[in-house]
Design a protein around this ligand. Structure first.
Ligand code: ATP
Ligand code: MG
Length: 583
């Protein structure tokens, strides 16, 4: 191979060395900070810095909308976000005030986010598919003063309840008609009236920047608070785990309503100076391949559900598109089943790099890196700068909450995944819920609520969420292991596994399975799947199988096991604000 066609060396070439020499202070020096030492601001690092260093003409955002494609350069994004910052100031919106967005991946989302940070206001992005009630709850909980949205969403979801949202002072419509609805502003006209010049005020790294709601997979969503300093973690982790370089075309498929869509859908790609794709369409396998091919996407960050749906659509479909520009694929949000990795290796000739993190951690904490062999089923190893461990759990499936009871477990023992606090994108609190925040710490560790084990080589394996783990005949069963085993059967494309109370066993394992096209539910297949499970899993195999072509998912794409369980047991369904309504 001629030298110039050799693949470039990955950003993280030597894991052990990177961990040994890593420091957050050095990571921060990869960014420039505000001119004249006036602090650290996400928007400066994401946009203005590139303009200052001569890359203003590079395309920052390629927005793929329903009516066409629009490119925005770093310079254009800088000017537009300056206008947005000026607009906020002219409306009397200042530092710490909350600016919510209810938008898809439209260019205005990025302009609003960056302009908001330039004005030291706090961004809180909401998922546009939420119904009126979850939107109201979050706007009220988050003390929203400004909302940026579309005319249709406003008319449908906000206008009918505007009188209950008294704190909401300004609604900015990105596509207002000639006569905007009462009490709204036309964003385009308002921006045109503003200056494109703006000096970012001095910004403390500890200034609040983001309010992000969790996915609501296990209960009522919590509002996690993040600060400007988080950008240090966004940047370095995207370098290591996503392998971003300035010439990349990067596609993060997550909605901005979820933390992935902000940390890696907005901030990190821009700090790396890449061209990011902002695709406003819904999932459709053929269209997604078209997007990857047409735009020569080099790095693709997506989620297990999406990959499982692509797998369901088949390898033949994938083979009709030229995906040769793709260099790196990563996945987050849910366990990534080994079957999906094997399929991807055959289909895309690339592995999928799973990584783990949470709204609370603000950035990727555990990851498979391009320079390390992927162990299918493992979420990888902790980031340089991140100390992760597994702590012994009590009977309630959670690690002890008193400091003196905390016990670090050894190789291959299952316990609660815990992280040593202190990285820049660590959440600084749950909004209005100090008690819950405090409860998340013990013995100098942050307790994640997930169960995991660490193998002899330091790879982390996800076992389940503490709330989801099944106790059956003395065994602790993680639903993921069972689901992944079922996925190895050719008929199964997705599975959700829960524990159902049983007098003898305590709980028995029940699986809800979605079948691939061409397979029919029935007693024969049920018996076959039970036998298949028993061969693979032995004592922890599912004893009951139900067929379900429509497993409940959160809008961020996770299987909602708690809902499967509530329905199974006839219990109240709980907070359904994040349930995906139509797929
Ligand atoms: P809530 O906290 O409201 O119940 P949530 O935990 O789903 O919702 P997020 O912060 O969006 O909200 O998701 C983080 C969680 O997603 C993790 O704690 C973990 O349970 C799961 N997760 C993320 N990445 C992975 C992964 N690679 N493998 C397994 N699970 C993952
Ligand atoms: Mg959570």
């Amino acid at each position: 191979m001629p030298v110039e066609t050799l693949p470039p060396a990955p950003n993280l070439a030597d894991y052990a060395q990177a961990r040994q020499y890593f420091s957050w202070a050095a990571a921060q020096r990869l960014l420039s900070g505000l001119p004249d030492g006036r602090g650290l601001n996400i928007a400066y690092e994401a946009v203005d810095r590139h303009v200052a260093t001569g890359r203003g003409g590079h395309v920052a955002i390629r927005a793929i909308g329903r009516t066409g494609t629009r490119d925005l350069t770093y310079r254009e994004l800088s000017v537009l976000s300056n206008r947005f910052a000026n607009l906020l100031r002219s409306l009397g919106v200042g530092p710490r005030d909350r600016v919510f967005t209810l938008l898809g991946r439209q260019p205005e989302l990025y302009v609003a986010a960056l302009g908001c940070w330039k004005n030291l206001s706090v961004l809180s992005p909401l998922f546009a598919a939420f119904g009126p009630e979850p939107i109201r709850n979050r706007l009220l909980l988050g003390d929203a003063q400004v909302l940026v949205t579309t005319t249709t969403l406003y008319r449908r979801k906000i206008a009918p309840q505007r009188d209950r949202l008294r704190g909401l002072r300004h609604v900015l419509l990105i596509d207002a008609p000639d006569r905007p609805p009462d009490d709204t502003l036309d964003l385009r006209t308002a921006l045109d009236a503003q200056s494109g010049e703006w000096t970012i005020p001095a910004t403390s790294p500890e200034a609040m920047a983001l309010l992000h709601f969790t996915s609501g997979t296990t209960g009522t969503p919590k509002g996690a608070v993040h600060v400007h300093e988080a950008v240090v973690a966004h940047h370095i982790t995207a370098g290591f785990a996503l392998d971003l370089r300035p010439d990349d075309v990067f596609w993060c498929t997550a909605d901005p309503g979820w933390v992935t869509g902000t940390s890696y859908g907005i901030v990190a790609p821009l700090t790396h100076g890449v061209t990011l794709l902002a695709d406003d369409g819904d999932f459709d396998a053929a269209r997604w391949y078209q997007v990857l091919a047409d735009n020569h996407v080099t790095v693709w960050y997506t989620a297990p559900t999406a990959l499982r749906m692509l797998m369901r659509a088949g390898s033949d479909l994938a083979s009709r598109y030229d995906l040769s520009a793709l260099r790196h694929i990563a996945s987050v949000g849910e366990p990534l089943n080994p079957e999906v990795i094997w399929w991807a290796r055959q289909t895309y000739k690339l592995s999928v790099h799973d990584n783990w993190w949470q709204t609370e951690t603000g950035a990727i904490m555990i990851s498979n890196y391009p320079s390390m062999p992927v162990r299918p089923g493992s979420m990888g190893r902790p980031m340089p700068g991140i100390e992760a461990t597994v702590l012994r759990c009590g009977d309630d499936g959670r690690a002890a909450v008193t400091d003196d009871q905390v016990e670090v477990l050894g190789v291959d023992q299952v316990g609660e995944l815990a992280l040593r606090p202190g990285w820049p994108s660590m959440f600084r609190g749950y909004l209005h819920d100090e008690f819950r925040y405090r409860k998340a710490f013990a013995g100098g560790w942050y307790l994640t609520g997930d169960l995991a084990r660490i193998d002899a080589d330091g790879y982390f394996w996800f076992v389940g969420r503490a709330d989801d783990v099944i106790k059956s005949s003395g065994h602790l069963v993680g639903p993921f292991e069972v689901e992944s085993a079922l996925l190895e059967h050719p008929a199964v494309t997705e599975a959700g596994v829960i524990g159902v109370p049983d007098e003898v066993a305590g709980e028995i394992v029940k699986a809800f399975v979605t079948l691939r096209p061409g397979y029919q539910p029935g007693e024969t297949l049920r018996a076959e799947l039970i036998a298949f499970g028993r061969r693979r899993l032995g004592a922890v195999a599912p004893r009951e199988i139900a067929f379900d072509q429509n497993l409940p998912h959160t809008s961020s794409g996770k299987v909602m096991r708690r809902l499967l369980k509530a329905r199974e047991l006839g219990l109240p369904e709980g907070d359904l604000s994040t349930l995906e309504r139509a797929r």
